[in-house]
Design a protein around this ligand. Sequence first.
Ligand SMILES: [Zn+2]
Length: 60
Amino acid sequence: MEENKELKPCPFCGSENVRMGSRGCSFGVDIYIKCDCGAKVQIMEEIGEEELVKRWNNRA
Ligand SMILES: [Zn+2]
């Protein structure tokens, strides 16, 4: 999956080392953005990456 979207640094620790990924769960697939410090935003894949990025950035 190609990613050109701008992710803001982690709102908690300020790290720019944030990663986007996905994982299956019993209800389908979740996509997430997370940081080494444990900060995480996670939503259902069908809601879309754009919304995921928006939520992360709004928290930052
Ligand atoms: Zn962090």
